[in-house]
Design a protein around this ligand. Structure first.
Ligand code: TXA
Ligand code: MG
Length: 377
C-alpha cells in the first residue's frame, strides 16, 4: 500500500470553452502531479472521456507500473497522450496525411489514432507492437498534467482491468486507492465512454473502438472508413479476434451477470420481468438498466434509468456509473435494454455487449426462428 495524494480541480468543469484558468492552489497541484510523473510515478486524472491512469509514456518502468496497478495483461497496449500536435512526430513515424486531417478536425478531443511508432516509444508502452495509439485530449486538466509530466503520458482508463471505466474520481479511488501516487478529482466527466480508436496503418482506415467521434464524422473528413466487425459481434459470431488487443477481453463488466435484451420495447419489458421473477425466486438480487420511457414498467430489485432514449449523450455519460452502482448494491443478475447500432448508439451498444460478455437475447430472432438461445451463457 502506498499513500495516494488526492487533489480536487473543479475550475475546468466540462465546459472547456469558457474555462478561465486554474487557481494558484490548482496550479501547485498540477505541478506536483508533473513531478510525480517525471519521477516515474502514477497519477490518475480527468479527461473529457473517462479518468486516465497516467505514467511517463517514454519510461518503461512507468508503463510496467501501470500494468501492475491495473492488473492488466501486458500485451494490451497503452494510449500515449500528448498536449501539442507538434509532438506527434516525436512518437510516430511515417505519419499519413489522414492523421493530419483528423488532428485538424478532432484534436484536442476524444479520438485516438493508431500509427507506426518511432524508436522513442518503448515496447513496454505498446505491448510489444510496432504501432502506437496517440490521443490529444481536450480536458484542460489532462492537457496541463501532460505538459507538466514531460509531454508524453501513457494513460489507460483508471479502472482495475475488466471493470467499467471510471467517470467519477470516487470510482478511481475504489479501484486504485493505495496503488498509485495521486488522484486528481475533476468531478463527473462529460462524455463517459472511452475515445474512438481509428487505425491509420491500414487502408481504408478502420474503427477499432467506436466512441463519441462517430463513423459518420470520420467519413466527412476521410471518405470511406471501415468498422471492425468485432465491434458488435463476438469472436464466436464473426470468427475474428478484435484488432485492438484490449477489446478481446471481457471488459466494462459489473460483478453481476449482465444480459442485453433486444426487441420491441413492450416485449423487452415483458421478457425482462419474466426472467426477473424467475431469478428472484432462485434467490438472485435482480437489476434492470432501462430507459426513462419504460422505467415504470419493470419489476426488479434495482431499477435504474440510463436516461431518455432520445438523449444518447446522456446515456453514454451515465452508463458506467450505473454498472458500478449495481456492484455496490449487490446485484447478481442484471438485464439491460439494447441500443441501435449507429452513431453514438454504436459505442453504447459496443460497451454493453462487452460488459455482458456478448450474452444477448434477441427476441426478434426468437420470434422468427423459434428458440435460438445460442448466445446465452
Ligand atoms: O478515452 C480514452 O481513450 C481513455 C482516456 C483515459 O484517454 N483511455 C483508454 O485507454 O481508454 P485504455 O487503455 O483503457 O484503452 C486503450 C485501447 C485498448 O483496447 C488497447 O488494446 C487499444 O486501445 N490500443 C492501444 N494501442 C494500440 C495499438 N497500437 N493497436 C491497436 N490497439 C491499440
Ligand atoms: Mg480501458
Amino acid at each position: 500500500m502506498r499513500q495516494t495524494e488526492w487533489i480536487a480541480i473543479a475550475s475546468a468543469g466540462n465546459d472547456f470553452k469558457n474555462f478561465a484558468g486554474f487557481t494558484e492552489r490548482e496550479q501547485d497541484g498540477l505541478h506536483r502531479a508533473g513531478e510525480i510523473l517525471r519521477e516515474g510515478g502514477l497519477v490518475a486524472f480527468p479527461t473529457e472521456t473517462v479518468y486516465g491512469l497516467g505514467g511517463d509514456a517514454l519510461n518503461p518502468d512507468s508503463s510496467r507500473r501501470i500494468y501492475a496497478a491495473k492488473g492488466r495483461p501486458s500485451d494490451n497496449p497503452l494510449i500515449v497522450h500528448i498536449a501539442d500536435r507538434g509532438d506527434l512526430s516525436c512518437i510516430a513515424s511515417g505519419i499519413p496525411e489522414e492523421a493530419e486531417k483528423l488532428a485538424e478536425a478532432f484534436w484536442p478531443g476524444p479520438l485516438t489514432m493508431i500509427l507506426h511508432k518511432s524508436d522513442a516509444v518503448p515496447p513496454e508502452t505498446t505491448g510489444g507492437l510496432d504501432t502506437v495509439a496517440v490521443r490529444m485530449p481536450s480536458h484542460p486538466v489532462a492537457l496541463a498534467v501532460i505538459r507538466e509530466g514531460g509531454g508524453f503520458v501513457a494513460a489507460p482508463s483508471a479502472n482495475t482491468s475488466g471493470k467499467p471505466s471510471p467517470t467519477l474520481a470516487s470510482h478511481v479511488a475504489e479501484d486504485m486507492g493505495g496503488r498509485i501516487d495521486m488522484i486528481i478529482d475533476g468531478g463527473a466527466l462529460g462524455i463517459g465512454l472511452e475515445s474512438t480508436i481509428v487505425d491509420l496503418t491500414v487502408s481504408p482506415p478502420r474503427i477499432l473502438r467506436p466512441g463519441y467521434i462517430t463513423r459518420e464524422m470520420l467519413e466527412q473528413v476521410l471518405g470511406h472508413v471501415e468498422v471492425d466487425v468485432t465491434i458488435l459481434q463476438s469472436q464466436a459470431e464473426c470468427g475474428q479476434a478484435p484488432k485492438a488487443p484490449g477489446m478481446k477481453y471481457r471488459h466494462y463488466a459489473p460483478a453481476g451477470e449482465l444480459t442485453v435484451v433486444c426487441g420491441e420495447p413492450e416485449t423487452v419489458v415483458e421478457y425482462i420481468n419474466c426472467r426477473a421473477d424467475e431469478d428472484q425466486r432462485a434467490g438472485h438480487r435482480v437489476g434492470v438498466i432501462g430507459t426513462e420511457e419504460m422505467l415504470g414498467r419493470y419489476r426488479a430489485d434495482l431499477i435504474k434509468s440510463v436516461g431518455s432514449r432520445a438523449d444518447k449523450k446522456a446515456i453514454a455519460a451515465g452508463l458506467y456509473a450505473i454498472l458500478r452502482e449495481f456492484d455496490r448494491e449487490g446485484a447478481t443478475k442484471i438485464y439491460s435494454e439494447a441500443f441501435s447500432g449507429d452513431g453514438l448508439g454504436q459505442a453504447i451498444m459496443n460497451r454493453l455487449l462487452k460488459a455482458a460478455g456478448h450474452r444477448v437475447i434477441d427476441l426478434r430472432a426468437l420470434q422468427e426462428g423459434g428458440e435460438n438461445d445460442s448466445n446465452r451463457k
